[in-house]
Design a protein around this ligand. Structure first.
Ligand SMILES: C[C@](O)(CO)[C@H](O)COP(=O)(O)OP(=O)(O)OC[C@H]1O[C@@H](n2ccc(N)nc2=O)[C@H](O)[C@@H]1O
Ligand SMILES: Nc1ncnc2c1ncn2[C@@H]1O[C@H](COP(=O)(O)OP(=O)(O)OP(=O)(O)O)[C@@H](O)[C@H]1O
Length: 290
Protein backbone atom coordinates (compact mmCIF):
# COMPACT_ATOMS: atom_id res chain seq x y z
CA UNK A 1 0.00 0.00 0.00
CA UNK A 2 1.13 3.56 -0.74
CA UNK A 3 2.74 5.13 2.33
CA UNK A 4 1.39 8.44 3.68
CA UNK A 5 2.10 10.63 6.69
CA UNK A 6 -0.08 13.27 8.32
CA UNK A 7 1.64 15.98 10.28
CA UNK A 8 0.57 19.19 12.04
CA UNK A 9 2.34 22.49 11.36
CA UNK A 10 1.55 24.97 14.15
CA UNK A 11 1.87 28.76 13.90
CA UNK A 12 4.20 30.76 16.13
CA UNK A 13 3.87 34.11 17.84
CA UNK A 14 6.72 36.36 18.93
CA UNK A 15 6.48 37.12 22.63
CA UNK A 16 9.39 39.47 22.04
CA UNK A 17 11.38 40.55 19.01
CA UNK A 18 14.50 42.68 19.23
CA UNK A 19 16.86 43.71 16.42
CA UNK A 20 20.47 44.37 17.39
CA UNK A 21 22.06 45.51 14.12
CA UNK A 22 22.11 45.05 10.37
CA UNK A 23 24.61 42.46 9.18
CA UNK A 24 26.92 42.54 6.16
CA UNK A 25 24.83 39.82 4.46
CA UNK A 26 21.76 42.11 4.50
CA UNK A 27 19.95 40.22 7.28
CA UNK A 28 19.36 41.66 10.74
CA UNK A 29 20.82 40.21 13.91
CA UNK A 30 17.78 39.40 16.06
CA UNK A 31 17.04 38.30 19.61
CA UNK A 32 13.52 36.99 19.87
CA UNK A 33 11.32 34.69 21.90
CA UNK A 34 8.91 32.56 19.95
CA UNK A 35 6.27 30.11 21.08
CA UNK A 36 3.86 27.82 19.25
CA UNK A 37 0.09 28.17 19.34
CA UNK A 38 -2.74 25.74 18.68
CA UNK A 39 -3.51 27.05 15.20
CA UNK A 40 -2.03 24.59 12.72
CA UNK A 41 -1.91 23.66 9.04
CA UNK A 42 -2.32 19.95 8.24
CA UNK A 43 0.31 18.50 5.93
CA UNK A 44 -0.19 15.17 4.19
CA UNK A 45 2.81 13.54 2.54
CA UNK A 46 2.13 10.64 0.17
CA UNK A 47 4.55 8.53 -1.87
CA UNK A 48 4.38 9.13 -5.63
CA UNK A 49 5.24 6.57 -8.28
CA UNK A 50 7.10 9.15 -10.34
CA UNK A 51 10.24 11.00 -9.20
CA UNK A 52 8.55 14.40 -8.75
CA UNK A 53 7.45 16.83 -6.05
CA UNK A 54 3.79 17.76 -6.42
CA UNK A 55 2.05 20.21 -4.17
CA UNK A 56 -1.54 21.31 -3.63
CA UNK A 57 -3.56 23.41 -1.20
CA UNK A 58 -7.18 24.42 -0.83
CA UNK A 59 -6.02 28.04 -0.25
CA UNK A 60 -5.59 30.08 -3.45
CA UNK A 61 -2.93 32.32 -1.87
CA UNK A 62 -0.59 29.38 -1.35
CA UNK A 63 1.78 28.79 -4.30
CA UNK A 64 1.59 25.28 -5.84
CA UNK A 65 5.11 25.23 -7.27
CA UNK A 66 8.76 25.71 -6.27
CA UNK A 67 7.89 29.01 -4.53
CA UNK A 68 6.16 27.00 -1.80
CA UNK A 69 8.46 26.60 1.22
CA UNK A 70 7.26 22.99 1.69
CA UNK A 71 8.30 22.25 -1.91
CA UNK A 72 11.71 23.79 -1.15
CA UNK A 73 12.05 21.57 1.91
CA UNK A 74 11.35 18.42 -0.12
CA UNK A 75 13.75 19.52 -2.89
CA UNK A 76 16.51 20.21 -0.36
CA UNK A 77 16.20 16.72 1.18
CA UNK A 78 15.98 15.02 -2.24
CA UNK A 79 19.11 16.75 -3.53
CA UNK A 80 21.16 16.51 -0.34
CA UNK A 81 20.42 12.82 0.27
CA UNK A 82 20.06 11.77 -3.36
CA UNK A 83 16.50 10.50 -2.87
CA UNK A 84 15.09 9.04 -6.10
CA UNK A 85 11.48 9.03 -4.90
CA UNK A 86 8.61 11.43 -5.49
CA UNK A 87 6.16 12.95 -3.03
CA UNK A 88 2.71 14.51 -3.12
CA UNK A 89 2.41 17.29 -0.53
CA UNK A 90 -1.08 18.40 0.35
CA UNK A 91 -1.48 21.47 2.59
CA UNK A 92 -4.72 22.15 4.41
CA UNK A 93 -4.15 25.80 5.25
CA UNK A 94 -5.56 26.98 8.58
CA UNK A 95 -2.89 29.61 9.38
CA UNK A 96 -3.54 32.92 7.59
CA UNK A 97 -1.02 33.63 4.82
CA UNK A 98 1.61 36.43 5.03
CA UNK A 99 0.43 37.13 8.55
CA UNK A 100 3.59 37.13 10.72
CA UNK A 101 2.72 33.68 12.09
CA UNK A 102 5.40 31.68 10.19
CA UNK A 103 2.80 29.64 8.27
CA UNK A 104 5.03 28.84 5.30
CA UNK A 105 8.03 28.20 7.55
CA UNK A 106 6.02 25.78 9.67
CA UNK A 107 4.84 23.91 6.56
CA UNK A 108 8.47 23.59 5.45
CA UNK A 109 9.50 22.37 8.91
CA UNK A 110 6.68 19.80 9.02
CA UNK A 111 7.69 18.59 5.55
CA UNK A 112 11.29 18.10 6.74
CA UNK A 113 10.11 16.13 9.78
CA UNK A 114 7.61 14.10 7.79
CA UNK A 115 9.91 13.23 4.88
CA UNK A 116 12.64 12.20 7.32
CA UNK A 117 10.21 9.43 8.30
CA UNK A 118 8.63 8.71 4.91
CA UNK A 119 12.04 8.35 3.26
CA UNK A 120 13.73 6.71 6.30
CA UNK A 121 16.56 9.25 6.28
CA UNK A 122 17.40 8.82 9.96
CA UNK A 123 18.29 12.50 10.47
CA UNK A 124 18.31 13.99 13.97
CA UNK A 125 16.03 16.91 14.85
CA UNK A 126 19.13 19.15 15.10
CA UNK A 127 20.19 18.15 11.59
CA UNK A 128 16.69 18.93 10.29
CA UNK A 129 16.76 22.34 12.03
CA UNK A 130 20.13 23.13 10.44
CA UNK A 131 18.77 22.23 7.00
CA UNK A 132 15.68 24.33 7.71
CA UNK A 133 17.79 27.46 8.16
CA UNK A 134 18.63 27.26 4.43
CA UNK A 135 14.94 27.68 3.60
CA UNK A 136 14.08 30.62 5.88
CA UNK A 137 15.05 32.27 9.17
CA UNK A 138 11.98 30.95 11.05
CA UNK A 139 12.21 27.34 9.81
CA UNK A 140 14.74 26.08 12.40
CA UNK A 141 12.48 27.16 15.26
CA UNK A 142 9.48 25.55 13.55
CA UNK A 143 11.33 22.22 13.24
CA UNK A 144 11.46 22.01 17.05
CA UNK A 145 8.31 23.93 17.97
CA UNK A 146 7.86 24.80 21.64
CA UNK A 147 9.26 27.96 23.15
CA UNK A 148 12.73 29.30 22.41
CA UNK A 149 15.13 32.19 22.32
CA UNK A 150 16.21 32.63 18.70
CA UNK A 151 19.33 34.62 17.81
CA UNK A 152 21.55 35.12 14.76
CA UNK A 153 19.15 35.78 11.91
CA UNK A 154 16.66 33.63 13.83
CA UNK A 155 18.23 30.20 13.25
CA UNK A 156 20.19 29.81 16.52
CA UNK A 157 17.79 28.18 18.95
CA UNK A 158 17.97 27.90 22.75
CA UNK A 159 14.99 26.03 24.20
CA UNK A 160 12.89 27.49 27.00
CA UNK A 161 10.12 25.95 29.12
CA UNK A 162 6.51 26.38 28.00
CA UNK A 163 4.91 29.58 29.37
CA UNK A 164 1.99 29.13 31.78
CA UNK A 165 -1.19 28.13 29.92
CA UNK A 166 -3.33 30.96 28.55
CA UNK A 167 -5.55 31.89 25.61
CA UNK A 168 -4.35 33.69 22.53
CA UNK A 169 -6.71 35.87 20.47
CA UNK A 170 -5.46 36.68 16.99
CA UNK A 171 -6.82 39.28 14.59
CA UNK A 172 -5.51 39.45 11.04
CA UNK A 173 -6.42 42.53 8.98
CA UNK A 174 -7.05 41.92 5.27
CA UNK A 175 -3.57 42.98 4.19
CA UNK A 176 -0.45 40.89 3.66
CA UNK A 177 2.87 42.29 4.81
CA UNK A 178 6.28 41.82 3.20
CA UNK A 179 8.81 40.88 5.91
CA UNK A 180 11.68 42.25 3.80
CA UNK A 181 9.95 45.62 3.44
CA UNK A 182 9.32 45.93 7.19
CA UNK A 183 12.98 45.16 7.99
CA UNK A 184 13.99 47.67 5.30
CA UNK A 185 11.88 50.43 6.90
CA UNK A 186 13.23 49.80 10.42
CA UNK A 187 15.24 52.77 11.76
CA UNK A 188 17.82 51.26 14.07
CA UNK A 189 18.77 54.59 15.72
CA UNK A 190 15.53 55.15 17.56
CA UNK A 191 14.13 51.80 18.62
CA UNK A 192 12.92 50.89 22.08
CA UNK A 193 14.45 47.49 22.86
CA UNK A 194 12.32 44.94 24.73
CA UNK A 195 13.81 43.40 27.89
CA UNK A 196 14.46 39.87 26.61
CA UNK A 197 16.11 38.72 29.85
CA UNK A 198 13.09 39.81 31.90
CA UNK A 199 10.85 37.86 29.48
CA UNK A 200 13.02 34.74 29.87
CA UNK A 201 12.86 35.08 33.68
CA UNK A 202 9.08 35.47 33.56
CA UNK A 203 8.73 32.33 31.40
CA UNK A 204 11.06 30.32 33.63
CA UNK A 205 9.15 31.51 36.74
CA UNK A 206 5.75 30.77 35.13
CA UNK A 207 4.88 34.40 35.83
CA UNK A 208 1.97 35.29 33.49
CA UNK A 209 1.91 38.96 34.52
CA UNK A 210 5.68 39.23 34.05
CA UNK A 211 5.23 37.86 30.53
CA UNK A 212 2.47 40.40 29.82
CA UNK A 213 4.62 43.25 31.13
CA UNK A 214 7.56 42.36 28.92
CA UNK A 215 6.03 41.65 25.49
CA UNK A 216 7.69 43.88 22.90
CA UNK A 217 8.42 43.90 19.16
CA UNK A 218 10.65 46.49 17.50
CA UNK A 219 9.03 45.80 14.11
CA UNK A 220 5.60 46.76 15.45
CA UNK A 221 5.94 50.54 15.11
CA UNK A 222 7.21 50.11 11.52
CA UNK A 223 4.16 48.09 10.42
CA UNK A 224 1.78 50.25 12.47
CA UNK A 225 3.04 53.30 10.64
CA UNK A 226 2.67 51.62 7.23
CA UNK A 227 -0.83 50.26 7.95
CA UNK A 228 -3.07 52.33 10.29
CA UNK A 229 -5.64 49.47 10.38
CA UNK A 230 -3.14 47.38 12.37
CA UNK A 231 -2.89 50.21 14.89
CA UNK A 232 -6.68 50.31 15.08
CA UNK A 233 -6.88 46.57 15.85
CA UNK A 234 -4.22 46.87 18.54
CA UNK A 235 -6.04 49.73 20.26
CA UNK A 236 -9.37 47.86 20.14
CA UNK A 237 -7.89 44.66 21.53
CA UNK A 238 -6.40 46.61 24.43
CA UNK A 239 -9.71 48.34 25.07
CA UNK A 240 -11.64 45.03 25.01
CA UNK A 241 -9.44 43.85 27.88
CA UNK A 242 -6.69 41.47 26.68
CA UNK A 243 -3.93 41.12 29.29
CA UNK A 244 -1.17 41.90 26.76
CA UNK A 245 -1.39 42.95 23.12
CA UNK A 246 1.38 42.77 20.50
CA UNK A 247 1.91 42.39 16.78
CA UNK A 248 3.54 39.06 15.84
CA UNK A 249 6.69 39.00 13.66
CA UNK A 250 6.53 41.57 10.88
CA UNK A 251 2.72 41.53 11.12
CA UNK A 252 0.05 42.34 10.35
CA UNK A 253 -1.53 39.86 12.82
CA UNK A 254 -2.05 41.31 16.28
CA UNK A 255 -2.43 38.90 19.19
CA UNK A 256 -3.73 39.26 22.71
CA UNK A 257 -2.85 37.05 25.67
CA UNK A 258 -5.86 36.32 27.85
CA UNK A 259 -5.64 34.48 31.16
CA UNK A 260 -9.32 33.85 31.85
CA UNK A 261 -11.73 32.16 29.45
CA UNK A 262 -14.59 34.28 30.84
CA UNK A 263 -13.05 37.36 29.22
CA UNK A 264 -12.22 35.61 25.92
CA UNK A 265 -15.70 35.63 24.37
CA UNK A 266 -16.19 39.36 24.93
CA UNK A 267 -12.88 40.23 23.24
CA UNK A 268 -13.59 37.77 20.40
CA UNK A 269 -17.07 39.20 19.76
CA UNK A 270 -15.80 42.78 19.90
CA UNK A 271 -13.10 42.09 17.32
CA UNK A 272 -15.39 40.10 15.01
CA UNK A 273 -17.46 43.28 14.64
CA UNK A 274 -14.86 44.82 12.33
CA UNK A 275 -12.29 42.12 11.50
CA UNK A 276 -13.05 38.98 9.42
CA UNK A 277 -10.18 36.83 10.55
CA UNK A 278 -10.26 36.39 14.32
CA UNK A 279 -9.07 33.23 16.10
CA UNK A 280 -9.16 32.19 19.74
CA UNK A 281 -6.69 29.39 20.47
CA UNK A 282 -4.53 28.05 23.26
CA UNK A 283 -0.86 28.70 23.67
CA UNK A 284 1.00 25.41 23.05
CA UNK A 285 4.59 26.23 23.95
CA UNK A 286 5.72 22.57 24.08
CA UNK A 287 8.05 20.92 21.59
CA UNK A 288 6.72 18.48 18.97
CA UNK A 289 6.43 14.92 20.16
CA UNK A 290 7.25 13.22 16.84
C1 LIG B 1 9.84 38.54 11.28
C2 LIG B 1 10.16 37.10 11.64
O1 LIG B 1 9.11 36.25 11.17
C3 LIG B 1 10.18 36.98 13.15
O2 LIG B 1 10.01 35.65 13.59
C4 LIG B 1 11.47 36.65 11.05
O3 LIG B 1 12.52 37.51 11.47
C5 LIG B 1 11.42 36.57 9.54
O4 LIG B 1 11.54 35.24 9.18
P1 LIG B 1 11.31 34.68 7.69
O5 LIG B 1 10.01 35.15 7.16
O6 LIG B 1 11.57 33.20 7.78
O7 LIG B 1 12.45 35.44 6.92
P2 LIG B 1 13.30 35.03 5.64
O8 LIG B 1 12.42 34.37 4.63
O9 LIG B 1 14.55 34.35 6.07
O10 LIG B 1 13.68 36.49 5.14
C6 LIG B 1 12.79 37.36 4.48
C7 LIG B 1 13.45 38.73 4.42
O11 LIG B 1 13.38 39.38 5.72
C8 LIG B 1 14.57 40.07 6.02
N1 LIG B 1 15.17 39.53 7.25
C9 LIG B 1 14.75 38.33 7.75
C10 LIG B 1 15.30 37.82 8.93
C11 LIG B 1 16.30 38.59 9.57
N2 LIG B 1 16.85 38.15 10.70
N3 LIG B 1 16.70 39.77 9.06
C12 LIG B 1 16.15 40.26 7.90
O12 LIG B 1 16.51 41.34 7.45
C13 LIG B 1 15.48 39.92 4.81
O13 LIG B 1 15.27 41.03 4.00
C14 LIG B 1 14.94 38.70 4.11
O14 LIG B 1 15.15 38.72 2.74
N1 LIG C 1 3.40 26.79 2.49
C1 LIG C 1 3.15 28.09 2.36
N2 LIG C 1 2.11 28.64 3.01
C2 LIG C 1 1.86 29.98 2.88
N3 LIG C 1 2.56 30.82 2.12
C3 LIG C 1 3.62 30.34 1.46
C4 LIG C 1 3.95 28.95 1.56
N4 LIG C 1 5.06 28.76 0.83
C5 LIG C 1 5.39 29.94 0.30
N5 LIG C 1 4.53 30.90 0.65
C6 LIG C 1 4.66 32.33 0.24
O1 LIG C 1 5.24 33.01 1.34
C7 LIG C 1 4.60 34.27 1.57
C8 LIG C 1 4.60 34.54 3.09
O2 LIG C 1 3.72 33.61 3.68
P1 LIG C 1 3.77 33.13 5.19
O3 LIG C 1 2.37 32.74 5.52
O4 LIG C 1 4.82 32.11 5.41
O5 LIG C 1 4.20 34.48 5.91
P2 LIG C 1 4.48 34.87 7.39
O6 LIG C 1 3.54 34.16 8.31
O7 LIG C 1 4.45 36.36 7.46
O8 LIG C 1 5.93 34.34 7.65
P3 LIG C 1 6.98 34.81 8.78
O9 LIG C 1 6.21 35.01 10.05
O10 LIG C 1 7.93 33.63 8.83
O11 LIG C 1 7.63 36.07 8.27
C9 LIG C 1 3.20 34.12 0.97
O12 LIG C 1 2.79 35.31 0.40
C10 LIG C 1 3.33 33.01 -0.07
O13 LIG C 1 3.41 33.51 -1.37
Amino acid sequence: MEKRILIKAPAKINLSLDVLHKRDDGYHEVKMIMTTIDLADRIELAELNEDKIKIASQNRFVPDDERNLAYQAAKLLKERYNVKKGVYISILKMIPVAAGLAGGSSDAAATLRGLNKLWNLGLSIDELAELGAQIGSDVSFCVYGGTALATGRGEKIEHLPAPPPCWVILAKPTIGVSTAEVYRNLKLENIKHPNTEAMIDAICNQDFHGICKNVGNVLESVTLQMYPEVHNIKTKMERFGADAVLMSGSGPTVYGLVQYQSRLQRIYNGLRGFCDQVYAVRLLGKRHLD
